[in-house]
Design a protein around this ligand. Structure first.
Ligand code: MF3
Ligand code: CO
Length: 250
């Protein structure tokens, strides 16, 4: 069952969303050569706590950090640590904040210094695929209208969408129904209704879609070693334009 949020819950989600978006922005600004992924995670945790919120990911199913930091051929769920970022890397950062009984969830991929044209194209295609998808994130559309739009845009640019991990409803729990695949068929899936809050999150590989889980039990990498990017926002369905609850402040 897909939960429809009350006006009060929506207000809380706006607050959680703002903090989450600010944490993503702060993390993105830290991406430069010489910085460790752990330093980014610490700054994210400190910031979220200073806002009176709690990092959503910390201890979630045993996850050991507040941010996921996934570099180059890492797709998602990279565990922050002593890795030092290098010029030319692309760095996917996923953050979540819990406050007022609800979660915000968002991610983006950032360039570390000067990056290749191919890497920038991958980042741009991934981000734009989210915006292609949310053209259908409104009352009356079907869930897979979003999925199909993301897939079509990504594949028309020679990239592929990851199948094993998907977007999701978000609210009192970080993962609520429905699952939101980044592939599908227009006209299928549940009808979207105002009051649904959805985390829409294309994970896009420059090469093939296949992924591989590392022995740490978390880090997901591309099977072919080509690079991957991620873009996610928490979105409120309305009868008109969707409201991006994790929109960048500026
Ligand atoms: N943003 C991720 C998601 O949408 C967060 C889960 S990572 C975990 O699923 F570390 F918290 F597990
Ligand atoms: Co998510």
């Amino acid at each position: 069952m897909i939960i429809l949020k009350s006006q009060t819950e929506i207000e809380s989600m706006r607050r959680a969303g703002k903090i989450t978006a600010a944490a993503r922005a702060l993390a993105g600004e830290m991406v430069r050569p010489g910085v460790t992924t752990r330093e980014i995670d610490s700054a994210v945790e400190q910031f979220i706590r200073k806002q009176g919120a709690v990092p959503s990911f910390l201890h979630y199913n045993g996850y050991p950090a507040s941010a996921c930091v996934s570099v180059n051929d890492e797709v998602i769920h990279g565990i922050p640590g002593k890795r030092v970022l290098q010029e030319g890397d692309i760095v996917s950062i996923d953050v979540g904040a819990y406050i007022g009984g609800v979660h915000g969830d968002c991610a983006a991929t950032f360039a570390c210094g000067a990056i290749s044209r191919e890497a920038q194209d991958l980042i741009d295609v991934t981000r734009q695929s989210f915006f292609e998808g949310i053209r259908y994130a409104k009352e009356g559309c079907r869930l897979q209208d979003i999925s199909a739009a993301i897939q079509a845009y990504v594949e028309s640019h020679g990239c592929s969408v990851v199948r094993e991990y998907v977007g999701h409803g978000v609210g009192a729990k970080m993962h609520e129904p429905p699952e939101i695949p980044n592939y599908g068929h227009p006209g299928r899936g549940p009808r979207l209704l105002r009051g649904m809050t959805l985390a829409i999150e294309p994970m896009v590989n420059a090469g093939k879609a296949a992924i591989q889980l590392l022995p740490d039990g978390w880090t997901v990498k591309t099977a072919d070693g080509k690079w991957s990017a991620h873009y996610e926002n928490t979105v409120l369905i309305t009868d008109g334009e969707p409201e991006i609850l994790t929109a960048p402040a500026i």
